[in-house]
Design a protein around this ligand. Structure first.
Ligand code: GAP
Length: 519
């Protein structure tokens, strides 16, 4: 099957815009970098993914290590918390990225997002051949190779070098700017958008938390932060949950909500944005059981993503080595996905961290409130250890779009989304074949009945082929058509999105038919 020219990411961005999944925020004012709005189809898809997660965590959690259902409760905490929260958690002191500025272009980059490539050029000097080495850089994205080759040509062809004498080192040898020998990244490298070399500054730490002020006076005393993760709200309420719900370790507290990070280089569409949603669960366990539960949650979360329609081979467990983990974490695995912009490599979708008792101990220290658990059965007190599966909801929507995207020129809409039916924004389209001869009345009646249970859309405009195509692009699994025969035999045609096959189903059986397929 031939594929269109533009990259998969560009096609996802344009399909999202054209069909109302995701729009650039503040678009009429030129947009705001790192902010996105979810349109009618996008919000529906996002809510469906959120609801599937909530159901799997809170309403119907998996069976635990003893074969009994786990106990996990939900919570919804404030985005703005007492500023001491972020001192205790370590975010005020340490939640930062290294960034560099370009003195020539005034652009700002995350240092570890800049990739440096060695370019060798053969030059003739007084009739003698010599080799010149230059260091060109680019942002680490799917166009990185093309970008470096284009820049190398631009730089050296202008200087009279012929193309065959320019040799760009193999991509596998390129280094992040942060790995260049000290000072060399600043003196020798051409910045990603610069014409001259040596214009990048030394890397500097940049705190990622957005701040504001509470009340009318703006001073250090009234400074507050927009939460950079939902997790801390759970730790702050851990004791209240313990005291008011019938839970005891092992138990979990789950939360879904907005988080904010002033990312230095937001990019790859909604993969890394400045305002995003997270789905996090903190699982509190007796200290001696920490590693068992960590392994349990890594396996469970990989299984859950597969259940949402992600191919096994598109997921990868990346165990973070000891020297790269947060100091308080006894073990961490990233669940990675084969993103279009990281392929053939994988990139983070969700993190599962064994956070030990770090957070509760810190909040205990800063608040001076005892957060120990009193285990009366075993006559002991302890600060529970925590396993945290932390995943991005908005990042999950990008995954669903990328994973479900299909391209088939033989179909009315070459681009279509093979979403898991229960996650699809619209479950069924209901159409009269033509907008006359009694068909609209029957179709409308069916639509009014079905919408009580399923998200449906009634559409009587354009040819039937065009209506199928629109639904395919939205990922709608079923299209139900009322035609001339329906009036005689009380049957409708149901078209299956994935096979494009049609079958006749009795009008009064359509609801049961959909219920059976939308699991
Ligand atoms: N409480 C732990 C925590 O927040 P994290 O790895 O920083 O860990 C968890 O974030 C998940 O949140 C990530 O795996 C990712 O899916 C999502 N996420 C983090 N930063 C994001 C951003 N700027 N834009 C979109 N999603 C983001």
């Amino acid at each position: 099957m031939s594929q269109p020219e533009s990259s998969l990411m560009n096609r996802l961005v344009s399909l999202s815009k054209r069909r109302g999944f995701i729009f650039p925020a503040s678009e009429i004012y030129g947009g705001l970098n790192g902010f996105w709005d979810f349109g009618p189809l996008g919000v529906q898809l996002k809510n469906n993914l959120r609801d599937a997660w909530w159901r799997a965590m809170v309403e119907c959690p998996p069976m635990g290590l003893d074969g009994k259902p786990l106990s996990i409760v939900g919570i919804d905490t404030s985005i703005i918390q007492h500023p001491k929260t972020w001192e205790a958690s370590g975010h005020v002191a340490g939640f930062s990225d290294l960034m560099v500025d370009c003195r020539e272009t005034k652009a700002r980059y995350r240092a570890d997002h800049i990739l440096v490539a060695e370019v060798r050029v053969r030059v003739k000097n007084n009739e003698q051949d010599s080799t010149l080495t230059e260091w060109l850089s680019t942002l680490d994205d799917e166009d990185a190779w093309e970008t470096i080759c284009k820049k190398a040509k631009k730089l050296f062809l202008k200087a009279g070098v012929v193309e065959k004498d320019i040799q760009v080192a193999d991509r596998s040898t390129w280094k992040p700017l942060t790995d260049m020998p000290s000072g060399m990244g600043q003196a020798e490298v051409y910045g990603p958008d610069a014409k001259n070399k040596g214009t990048l500054t030394e890397p500097r730490a940049f705190n990622l938390m957005f701040h504001s002020y509470v009340g009318v006076f703006q001073s250090e005393d009234s400074k507050v932060y927009l939460r950079p993760e939902t997790a801390q709200g759970i730790f702050l309420q851990y004791k209240n949950v313990l005291d008011t719900s019938r839970v005891k370790p092992p138990f979990g507290v789950a939360q879904v909500g907005k988080s904010f990070r002033n990312e230095v280089t937001p990019r790859n569409f909604i993969f890394r944005s400045r305002e995003f949603e997270q789905m996090e669960m903190e699982f509190f366990v007796p200290p001696e059981d920490g590693m068992k539960w960590y392994e349990f949650w890594v396996a469970e979360r990989m299984r859950w993503w597969e259940e949402q329609g992600v191919k096994k081979e598109h997921l990868f467990r990346h165990e973070i080595p000891d020297n790269e983990r947060a100091f308080y974490s006894a073990a961490t695995s990233d669940i990675e996905y084969l993103w279009p912009f990281t392929a053939p490599n994988f990139g983070e979708l969700e993190g599962v961290a064994y956070r030990t008792d770090y957070d509760l101990t810190q909040h205990q220290k800063f608040s001076k409130v005892n957060l120990e658990y009193v285990d009366q059965e075993n006559s002991r007190r302890y600060t529970p250890h925590v396993i945290e599966p932390a995943s991005g909801l908005t990042r999950g929507v990008l995954l669903l779009l990328a994973e479900s995207y299909q391209y088939d020129e033989s179909r009315a809409s070459p681009e279509w989304l093979k979403l898991k039916p229960s996650l699809a924004p619209i479950k069924a389209g209901v159409f009269p074949l033509v907008n006359k001869d009694g068909m609209p009345e029957v179709a409308e009646k069916l639509y009014l009945e079905l919408r009580q249970n399923f998200t449906c859309q009634y559409d009587a405009k354009q040819s039937i082929g065009k209506r199928y195509a629109r639904m395919d692009e939205a990922g709608t699994p079923f299209c139900i058509t009322v035609d001339g025969d329906t009036l005689k035999d009380q049957n409708v045609t149901i078209r299956n999105r994935d096979t494009a096959q049609q079958e006749r189903v009795a009008l009064d059986h359509v609801k049961a038919y959909l219920a059976g397929k939308l699991v």
